[in-house]
Design a protein around this ligand. Structure first.
Ligand SMILES: [Zn+2]
Ligand SMILES: [Zn+2]
Length: 341
């Protein structure tokens, strides 16, 4: 028997014993080391995704672990290998898949939301979703590869280049990761954040911050860029005010990257889009190459994964871990799912 945290609906989790799932052909079973909790998991806990997550359900998609068992026909992986997982499954037949954009498949399955996730000791997945980790990468850091891949994808889509100036609106985990990935391509970065604790974390990892409630951000960005404005703005706050500010900050032919999942339609200053020839770029999850770059950046230290992990909580205390994240003051909270011990 192994242990699994089940979302039971109504903000409740129950941790109990389950039989490990033996890997079928083309599958692997992973002993899970760590699973990170993110905003999506919080939405699930709040019941906002009950149309997709049918209790009792094991969720979780930001993880690291070691291969425990190989199914038939699996090559290129060995028992004991440290790995993470790209939590996507696509149909291969829809127009998006046929165009090569499998990560935005019309029938995309997000593993850990639409199917069983990694908040358990033992997890069986398709071998094709597995991404090997360097043997010397701490498994705790491996649990941050998935959110880092989000940031890598966002920066890649923005076409941000060395010498350009980027503004990140919102310094949650993804905003912080975007800031570090943007620096890794040689851009200068300003992070806007209302919360003083989040600003402090950003400063600690080498990101310049501004409090948009206290300073005239547009004037500051103009001053910093010789009156030009920002080349790229990443909207990570999910707020209407963030969207309004973003178009104000952008330079001629600047790019607005929509990272946050906005729950309602927002007003956009399309006159500004017209006047400055701005671009609006949508970004959703990641492709395989983004995971590989994320592994490289976390392994190389350009993304300081260890400094973004606020707490590690045993799997059995999953409810406390969600509470800690909800209470604020944490960046990443990881569940210790056992395999690192
Ligand atoms: Zn996530
Ligand atoms: Zn498809």
């Amino acid at each position: 028997m192994t242990r699994a945290a089940h979302y039971m609906g109504d903000r409740t989790f129950v941790v109990n014993g389950v039989e490990p799932v033996p890997p079928g052909p083309g599958q692997v079973r992973i002993d899970v080391a760590y699973t990170g909790i993110c905003g999506t998991d919080l939405h699930v806990m709040h019941g906002a995704m009950d149309h997709r997550v049918h209790a009792p359900a094991v969720i979780g998609h930001e993880m690291s672990g070691r291969i425990a068992e190989l199914g038939a026909d699996v090559t290129g992986l060995a028992v004991g290998d440290p790995v993470t997982v790209i939590p996507l499954e696509w149909c291969g037949q829809c127009p998006a898949c046929l165009a090569g954009h499998t990560h935005i498949c019309h029938r995309l399955t997000f593993i850990g939301v639409d199917s069983a996730g990694s908040m358990q000791n033992s997890w069986t997945v398709a071998a094709g979703t597995v991404v090997p980790l360097p043997p010397d990468l701490p498994l705790r850091h491996g649990a941050l590869i998935e959110p880092t891949a989000v940031a890598v994808h966002d920066v890649r889509r923005s076409r941000l280049a060395a010498g350009e100036h980027a503004v990140v609106i919102g310094a949650g985990p993804v905003g912080l990761l975007i800031g570090k990935v943007a620096q890794s391509v040689g851009a200068s970065v300003t992070v806007l954040e209302l919360d003083p604790h989040r600003r402090a974390v950003a400063e600690e990892i080498g990101l310049s911050t501004l409090d948009p409630a206290a300073v005239d951000v547009a004037a500051h960005v103009r001053e910093h860029t010789g009156d030009a404005g920002a080349d790229v703005v990443f909207e990570v706050s999910g707020s209407g005010s963030g969207v309004r500010l973003a178009t104000d900050l952008l330079a001629v032919r600047g790019r607005l990257v929509v990272v946050a999942i906005h729950p309602v339609p927002r007003e956009v200053d399309l006159h500004r889009v017209f006047w400055r020839e701005l671009e609006v770029i949508g970004v959703r999850v990641y492709a395989h190459a983004d995971f590989e770059e994320a592994v490289r950046l976390v392994h190389g230290g350009q993304v300081p994964a260890g400094r973004l992990i606020s707490r590690v909580v045993p799997l059995d205390e999953v409810a406390a871990a969600f509470e800690a994240l909800e209470a604020g003051g944490s960046v990443k909270v990881l569940l210790d799912c056992g395999a690192a011990a």
